[in-house]
Design a binder for this molecule. Structure first.
Ligand code: UD1
Length: 337
C-alpha cells in the first residue's frame, strides 16, 4: 500500500481526505499537533473507515521531528494541509501566519529532499486571486492581490513552490486552490470543529440555527449582486477531499517535472442569502439573521472556472449546496446543540 503523509490530517479538509485516501487504497499517516483540531477526529475516522490512522503529534516547523517521521514512515508522497487559516487573526498577528504557514512548507520541502520524497499536493486558496479580474475565475488569472496576511502566505507559498520546482525538476507538485469548503461527512462522524466564535459562514449558520448564537449577521446587502449579498463558490468537503486523491494519482501518472495549479470549486456562485435560504429549506429549521455592514476585506463575488480540473484530473463536484448544508446541519446535531 502506498503511504502519504497528511500534515494537518486531523483538520477539517485533512480528515475528510484521509477517508478518501483509504477508500483509494492509500495509507494516510497524519502529522498534526492538534492545535486546531481534536483527538476524537481519529475515532470518527475509525468509525467511517474501520481503521485508525497513525498520527504523529508534532509541529510541522520542527525539522528534527519531521525528519524522524520521514525516517520511520518512509512515505511515497505528501499532502500538506497544516496551516493557520483565520483571516482576521492573520491581520492581528501576521508573524504567526508567516512563520507557521511559510516555515512549515520550507521545513517540509527540506525534509522531503533529504528523504527523496518528490510528490507533493499543497493546499492553496482562491484568496490568491483577491478581487479577481473576470468570473468564473481561471487558474491563469493574476494572483498576488490577496486581502490579508493569511492570503499572502498562500501567494508566497505558491511562488516558493514554483521556485523550488524550477531548481529541482524532480519535485512534482500540485497546488490546489480551494474555493469555500463547507459541509461534513454524511455519516456525521467528522466535520468542522470551529474553536470559539466561528469566522466562516456555514459554521455560524449551523450554530445560529442550533440556538448557540443569537443571530447570524449577513455582512452587507448593498453589493451589486442579484440580492445584494456576496457571492462565493461553496464546495462540499467530500468532493474537495476526492480531488486530493485524484491529484496524487495524476502526479503519479506524469513523467517528468510537474508544477501545476488547479481550482477546486463547483463553478457555481451562491449569495449569502441563498445559502441561508437553502439551509432553511433543506433542513426545515430557521436561521435567525440580521443584515449588518460589509466586512472589511471581503470580495464581492468569486467562483471557479473548473474546466482545467475536469480536463486534467477528471474531477468534478458531485454534491450540491443543499447536500453540503444538510450534512453541515447533521454534524451540528451530532456535536450536540
Ligand atoms: C475566507 C478566505 C478564504 C479562506 C476561508 C477559510 C479571503 C478573501 N477568503 O473565505 O481564503 O480559505 O476564509 O477560512 O480571505 N459571511 C457573513 N456572515 C458571517 C460570516 C460570513 O455574511 O458571519 C459572509 C462573508 O461576507 C462572505 C461569505 O459569508 O461573503 C463567506 O465568508 P467566509 O465563510 O468567512 O469565507 P470567505 O471570507 O469567503
Amino acid at each position: 500500500m502506498k503511504k502519504t503523509i497528511v500534515t494537518g490530517g486531523a483538520g477539517f479538509i485533512g480528515s475528510h481526505t484521509c477517508v478518501e485516501l483509504l477508500a483509494a487504497g492509500i495509507e494516510p499517516v497524519i502529522v498534526d499537533d492538534l492545535r486546531n483540531s481534536e483527538e476524537r477526529v481519529l475515532d470518527g475516522l475509525e468509525k467511517i473507515t474501520g481503521r485508525k490512522p497513525v498520527i504523529h503529534r508534532i509541529d510541522c516547523t520542527d525539522a528534527r521531528a519531521m525528519d524522524l517521521v520521514f525516517a520511520t514512515e518512509r512515505p511515497d508522497s505528501v499532502i500538506h494541509f497544516a496551516a493557520d487559516k483565520a483571516v482576521g487573526e492573520s491581520v492581528r498577528d501576521p508573524l504567526k501566519y508567516y512563520h507557521n504557514n511559510i516555515g512549515s512548507l520550507v521545513t517540509l520541502l527540506r525534509v522531503m529532499a533529504d528523504h527523496q520524497v518528490k510528490d507533493l499536493v499543497f493546499s492553496s486558496s482562491c484568496t490568491v486571486y483577491g478581487e479577481g479580474d473576470k468570473l468564473p475565475i481561471t487558474e491563469d488569472s493574476p494572483t498576488g492581490a490577496a486581502a490579508s496576511p493569511y492570503g499572502y502566505t498562500k501567494v508566497v507559498c505558491e511562488q516558493l513552490l514554483r521556485d523550488v520546482c524550477a531548481a529541482d525538476p524532480a519535485l512534482r507538485t500540485v497546488m490546489l486552490r480551494y474555493f469555500n469548503p463547507i459541509g461534513a461527512h454524511p455519516s456525521a462522524q467528522i466535520g468542522e470543529l470551529p474553536i470559539g466564535v466561528p469566522n466562516n459562514l456555514v459554521p455560524f449558520i449551523t450554530q445560529a440555527a442550533a440556538g448557540l448564537r443569537k443571530q447570524l449577521t449577513v455582512f452587507g446587502n448593498d453589493y451589486p449582486t442579484r440580492d445584494g449579498s456576496c457571492i462565493r463558490d461553496y464546495i462540499h468537503v467530500v468532493d474537495l477531499a476526492k480531488a486530493h486523491v485524484l491529484a496524487l494519482q495524476w502526479i503519479n501518472r506524469q513523467s517528468g517535472a510537474v508544477c501545476e495549479v488547479f481550482n477546486l470549486g463547483t463553478g457555481q456562485g451562491s449569495t449569502v442569502l441563498e445559502a441561508v435560504n437553502t439551509f432553511e429549506a433543506v433542513n426545515g429549521v430557521k436561521v435567525p439573521y440580521a443584515i449588518g455592514p460589509r466586512r472589511a476585506g471581503d470580495v464581492m463575488a468569486i467562483y471557479a472556472d473548473t474546466a482545467k480540473s475536469l480536463r486534467l484530473l477528471g474531477w468534478r463536484t458531485e454534491l450540491t449546496l443543499a447536500d453540503a448544508l444538510r450534512d453541515a446541519w447533521r454534524w451540528q446535531l451530532a456535536l450536540g446543540k
